[in-house]
Design a protein around this ligand. Structure first.
Ligand code: GLU
Ligand code: ZN
Length: 293
């Protein structure tokens, strides 16, 4: 398998890609191609296993807008053995523990004074075997598995945000329903494909310290990140279906490509023309406010 440096786009097939997702994909492609990297597509369908038609349409839309990729598209649901092997390894190293908390439990749990807001409060971290058995009985549902981390923060390097320090708590690596958590799957898959450049929407910037921490723990190289500004609607909220014509089917390929290139300030009619002008230093730093026609 080719493990030379690569970038990627990794959509979740919960809904058709909108103009904002397509713009992020175009940027990921530009970052990769302008640095001589391979480019890969991965459909993150662990949550939305029944939406194969949506995933297939996302792949078609990406091809239509001009994104190209170098390996067959990967689907996370086919990688279960890969995730399980890593979970087994972390278990053997004593780095995982069972968590019986519901969302509500976590929201109401007392927080240690030094634990940052938004961090798991550590409720289940040091339970005895007897306490665990009791929680298992009380909750009557299978526990999630959390990573026993040894820090509260971790710093990543981001080509847009510079040095970014964010929370690393005892995050979930396998959910109560047995599905590997996003933070685990993304790290394992990126490493398995030689991905060393992660370009995605800046809503995921705050997840990157957890992911980079896990990558280091597993002995994987830490990728370089570029978290790009999201596309917002006129009210400043994340662009969504209800905002009107936002998908490729609704906008049309040519118009959508023109809108993306205009928003970047590099007028072009093909991806190669765009690539010739791409300069990460001149990338707009503000969210793109999108007004459907
Ligand atoms: N699948 C995630 C999403 O669509 C993105 C994951 C990633 O790029 O790391 O929001
Ligand atoms: Zn817990």
């Amino acid at each position: 398998m080719d493990l030379s440096p690569a970038g990627r786009f990794a959509p979740s097939p919960s809904a058709d890609l909108h103009i904002g997702n397509l713009r992020t994909a175009v940027l990921a492609w530009l970052f990769a191609r302008s640095t001589g990297r391979r480019f890969l597509l991965r459909v993150e369908d662990l949550d939305d296993r029944t939406f194969t038609d949506v995933g297939a349409r996302q792949v078609e839309d990406l091809a239509a807008i001009g994104v190209t990729w170098d390996e067959p598209v990967e689907w996370q649901t086919t990688h279960r053995a890969r995730y399980d092997a890593v979970i087994d390894r972390l278990t053997a190293d004593g780095l995982l523990y069972e968590c019986y908390c519901s969302r509500k439990d976590i929201a109401h749990a007392p927080r240690a004074p030094h634990a940052p807001q938004g961090a798991y409060p550590g409720t289940c971290r040091d339970l005895s075997e007897a306490e665990r058995a009791q929680r298992r009985d009380e909750t009557g549902r299978p526990p999630a598995l959390r990573l026993r981390t040894d820090t509260f923060v971790y710093t990543v390097t981001d080509l847009i945000h510079g040095s970014y320090m964010g929370i690393v708590d005892d995050f979930v690596v396998r959910r109560g329903d047995g599905v590997p958590a996003y933070n685990l799957a993304v790290v394992v898959d990126d490493a398995a494909s030689g991905i060393d450049q992660v370009v995605r929407g800046d809503d995921l910037l705050s997840s990157s310290p957890r992911q980079a921490y896990l990558a280091r723990l597993l002995g994987y190289p830490e990728p370089t990140y570029a978290h790009v500004p999201l596309v917002l609607n006129e009210d400043g909220a994340r662009l969504a279906k209800r905002d009107g014509a936002v998908t490729l089917a609704e906008i049309g390929v040519e118009r959508a490509f023109a809108q993306i290139t205009e928003s970047l300030g590099w007028p072009a009619t093909t991806m190669d023309e765009l690539l010739a002008q791409f300069d990460p230093e001149r990338l707009p730093r503000q969210p793109w406010i999108y007004r459907p026609d």
